[in-house]
Design a protein around this ligand. Structure first.
Ligand code: ADP
Ligand code: MG
Length: 333
């Protein structure tokens, strides 16, 4: 069915039926001029938003609508996770070209629904517009966190360990595979999935925050070097990396060997892994690496915070200039 047949209000009705408010704290959801929330007492509110633009952030040649909806929410949840918070309510703004099949929008909301259900997040509303060219999807997510435990980027101090969850570089390798439209090869499915449907590390972030185990934290969206620099800049410190400790999956190792690149190229500079990058004092580091939850997700100590500014590593691994700064939106080339 064509979107024009049901119109904007028909579409909103469809979405509303799919997402009945499930929390008593969402007093008014879709269907009024504004949503009414009754958040918990004594909680700090977290607010984050992300805009995804067709052919800038995603390509429908190799992304399904379900994956698109999933990822649009995942990247926002990851931002709440990186502060140590709990994701609670989302609003979705959509601009859609006329003539799109309603099935595609259903799929998009199915993708959103997967993560909303998994993390108990309520859809509180949104906005819908036509677009002359391309799809735009913007999600805004509200979360909360107990006062005083939020983990900012600015708390790293000299001597702290630098720690990451999971594996690094899978997502950017997965994107390369998707762009080449390759299907054969072991591990490609894993790499592609890591790019299209990343799992935001909410439970891990909560564990770190509620036990006050991290001095600073960020989620890896632009690449390890780029996101680590944000922590270093905000904290006024430098870092030494242990390159041999950077967690690299077996599929990434295989893929890198096949294309004749070092897996470190992906792990240091590739974006969109949505793993957590944190710093922890010596005393807390032990607790972090021994935590059963973090061990299950994967947790690696990959360096330490130093007084000397910048990022250094031992050994002679040289990274191409282009890959040094992670992904910068308005940078040419
Ligand atoms: P208004 O004109 O007051 O902005 P709208 O007609 O845009 O109202 O929206 C009506 C209701 O539907 C609101 O509750 C809004 O939050 C919700 N809504 C609109 N578009 C979407 C969407 N794409 N996804 C979810 N909810 C939506
Ligand atoms: Mg509106």
């Amino acid at each position: 069915m064509d979107l024009c047949q049901i119109g904007e209000f028909g579409l909103i009705d469809r979405i509303r039926k799919r997402f009945p408010p499930s929390k008593r704290s969402l007093l008014v959801g879709i269907g009024d001029d504004s949503a009414v929330l009754r958040p918990k007492k004594d909680m700090d509110i977290l607010l984050t938003t992300d805009l995804l633009v067709e052919d800038i952030h995603f390509d429908l040649k190799y992304t399904t609508f379900r994956e698109l909806g999933y990822k649009a929410l995942a990247v926002n949840i990851s931002d709440i996770a990186a502060m140590g918070g709990i994701p609670r309510y989302l609003v979705v703004s959509l601009a859609i070209p006329g003539g799109l099949d309603i099935k595609d929008i259903d799929e998009l909301y199915k993708g959103i629904g997967i993560l909303a259900k998994r993390f108990g997040i309520n859809l509180a509303g949104g906005d819908t517009s036509a677009s002359k060219k391309g799809i735009f999807i913007s999600i805004t997510l509200l979360g909360d966190v107990e006062p005083g435990i939020v983990i900012a980027r600015s708390g790293a101090s000299v001597g702290d360990s630098i720690i990451v969850t999971g594996n690094l570089g899978d997502s950017s390798a997965g994107l390369e595979v998707l762009k080449k439209r390759e299907n054969a090869g072991r591990g490609y499915k894993y790499l592609k999935k890591r790019h299209l449907m990343p799992i935001p590390r909410v439970d891990e972030g909560r564990l770190l925050a509620t036990n006050k185990l991290a001095t600073s934290m960020i989620d890896i969206s632009d690449g390890l070097l780029s996101d680590l620099s944000h922590i270093l800049d905000e904290s006024g410190v430098g870092a030494e990396l242990f390159l041999d400790k950077i967690p690299i999956s077996a599929p990434l190792r295989r893929y890198a060997a096949r294309v004749g690149a070092s897996p470190l190229r992906f792990a240091l500079s590739g974006g969109e892994d949505y793993e957590l990058l944190l710093t922890a004092s010596k005393a807390s580091t032990q607790k972090v690496v021994c935590s059963p939850l973090l061990t299950k997700t994967g947790v690696s100590v990959i360096g330490r915070i130093t007084k000397h500014k910048g990022i250094k590593w031992a050994g002679d691994y040289k990274i191409e200039e282009d890959f040094l700064k992670g992904y910068d939106h308005f940078k040419k080339g």
